[in-house]
Design a protein around this ligand. Structure first.
Ligand code: ZN
Length: 322
């Protein structure tokens, strides 16, 4: 089994240093053996289990944390083109992520064994995936494929002031929606207005085109709500393949084929052979841009290089339109 910890961070910058360079892009799956990690909805019923205790955590606002979690899961399960179901299971009193039952996917505000390393890390999602088909799935059965997610836990940092609505502090639903993207298998995106962007804005609770492209590629609806297409190509520099270039498709019209979804570019990173395929593109006209993954989102924010056994992505080039 592989245990993967992904954290969401608060981007702390002084006013003078806020530099949003060319907006990047990209929905990215987490990978095992170069294949996207995801749950098998046929293997066992996927549930989330809340420890409702917030004792010692700093949480204000009108709603319960349970209401916020339900709303956040609903955002993903109601995404266009997506066939994804999860139910709320029994509550848990587990206060350690590592020792919670394997059949539970714990949502925890009081877990004492998760290290956040300060208040800039708002929450951490820990996913457990199968290394190969046939190993235990922790639910009395066996994993169906390498990269099958068999458990995911979300721990919120009790040192952070969260708000459930109507108060002050970091909006909890914003952070929960981001973490649940990891829960379902998505890595960070470099699209600044995507939910999966690694740095939390004050409030952002709806999905972007980039997020929808990601979740619907992992859990596709057999009959899509909106037909989508893909764009493929290869990025080379002086004839050599470029690994880990950000390639994104930027819609150029005012069409809004996906309702209640923020219109953003949709992107990906190039594979070791320089090729890319951007999927989940709703009807539109697109410009395609390749640029280095070099801030505000960089190598350390995504798992792409390590997933291909590379030390880093390639960034020694400039942005190119084509
Ligand atoms: Zn994250």
């Amino acid at each position: 089994m592989k245990r993967l910890l992904i954290s969401a961070s608060a981007l702390l910058l002084t006013a003078a240093s806020i530099i949003f360079v060319a907006p990047a892009y990209s929905f990215l799956p987490l990978l095992t053996s170069s294949k996207p990690d995801h749950w098998s909805l046929a293997a066992f019923s996927v549930q989330w289990n809340l420890n409702p205790s917030t004792k010692g955590a700093k949480i204000s606002g009108d709603r319960t944390v349970a209401e916020v979690m339900q709303a956040s899961f609903n955002t993903w399960t109601s995404a266009p083109n997506t066939d994804l179901a999860i139910t709320r299971g029994t509550d848990s009193n587990a206060n350690k992520e590592s020792s919670a039952p394997s059949t539970m996917n714990l949502i925890c505000f009081v877990c004492t064994d998760v290290s956040f390393g300060g208040d800039e890390t708002l929450a951490i999602t820990v996913t457990t995936t199968a290394d190969s088909a046939g190993e235990s799935d922790g639910h009395g059965g066996t994993a169906q494929f390498a990269g099958q997610i068999i458990r995911a836990d979300i721990a919120f940092n009790s040192g952070v002031q969260f708000d459930t609505g109507g108060g002050s502090g970091q909006d909890l639903q914003t952070v929960a929606t981001h973490e649940i993207g990891h829960f379902f298998g998505l890595d960070h995106s470099a699209i600044t207005r995507a939910i999966m962007y690694p740095f939390a804005p004050d409030q952002l609770t709806t999905l972007s085109y980039d997020d929808v492209a990601g979740i619907s590629s992992l859990y596709p609806k057999s009959t899509p709500d909106v037909a989508t297409g893909s764009i493929s190509g290869k990025v080379t520099l002086n004839g050599s393949a470029v690994f880990g270039a950000h390639v994104f498709a930027n819609p150029t019209t005012s069409a809004t084929p996906l309702s209640n979804v923020r219109k953003t570019p949709i992107g990906t990173l190039t594979l070791p052979d320089g090729t890319y395929t951007i999927t989940g593109l709703p009807p539109d006209s697109y410009d395609v841009l390749a640029e280095p993954l070099d801030l505000p989102v960089s190598d350390s924010d995504v798992s792409w290089a390590s997933e291909f056994n590379k030390s880093s992505v390639q960034t020694n080039f400039t942005s190119r339109w084509h």
